[in-house]
Design a protein around this ligand. Structure first.
Ligand code: IMP
Ligand code: MG
Length: 180
């Protein structure tokens, strides 16, 4: 299939992802026992991770979606973030967990965290499936981390290259000429 030709080695297969997501969901369920959790999915990449996580969490959960405008490679360290799609609900006094599939420089997460913190949640945590820790430019506290990876560009399980490959049920290295 031509559309698969840019995909290289599989780093995490579907079963490995499912097992790790379910471990994280178990920890979240214990940590938020007797609380109600607002899961905030960072569109578009975190759709698969958030929905799988949500299904493994045993405390009451509501789901919200947020989308930041892309700055290309810029980290927008000013703390100003342009929101394409905002939450539908007020998070003041609520327990919020911001969910993304991958953290790289930390710019996106940092900007979203600052914006959401200003709305006065009772708690604000971060869950990421993949952490490119070696690329971090801004320190971001991560409460739940799936796997640490090297400086590799990956696709699948929600993550794209030019909007493609989000639907792959595994995470693979991108193997395209001129890749980021
Ligand atoms: P950061 O702001 O540099 O931390 O970048 C985070 C965002 O960049 C993620 O939400 C992804 O959209 C994107 N991103 C970073 N690394 C990758 C990758 O390896 N594959 C696909 N998207 C990535
Ligand atoms: Mg992308």
């Amino acid at each position: 299939m031509e559309s698969m030709s840019e995909c290289g080695k599989i780093l995490f297969d579907g079963e490995t992802i499912a097992n790790r997501v379910s471990e994280l969901a178990g920890r979240i369920s214990r940590d938020y026992a007797r609380k109600e959790l607002v899961l905030v999915c960072v569109l578009k990449g975190a759709v698969m991770f958030t929905t799988d996580l949500a299904r493994g969490i045993s405390v009451p959960v509501t789901m919200e979606f947020i989308q930041a405008a892309s700055y290309g490679g810029a980290t927008a360290s000013s703390g100003n973030v342009v929101i394409k799609k905002d939450l539908d609900t007020d998070i003041a006094g609520r327990h919020v967990l911001l969910v993304d599939t991958i953290i790289d420089t930390g710019g996106t997460m940092n900007n979203l965290l600052r914006m959401l913190a200003a709305r006065g949640p009772a708690g604000l945590g971060v869950a990421v499936l993949l952490d490119k820790r070696c690329k971090r430019a801004i320190d971001v506290p991560i409460a739940y981390r799936g796997f640490e990876i090297d400086d590799l560009f990956v696709v699948g399980y929600g993550m794209d290259y030019g909007e493609r490959y989000r639907n792959l049920p595994y995470i693979a290295l991108l193997d395209a000429p001129g890749r980021p």
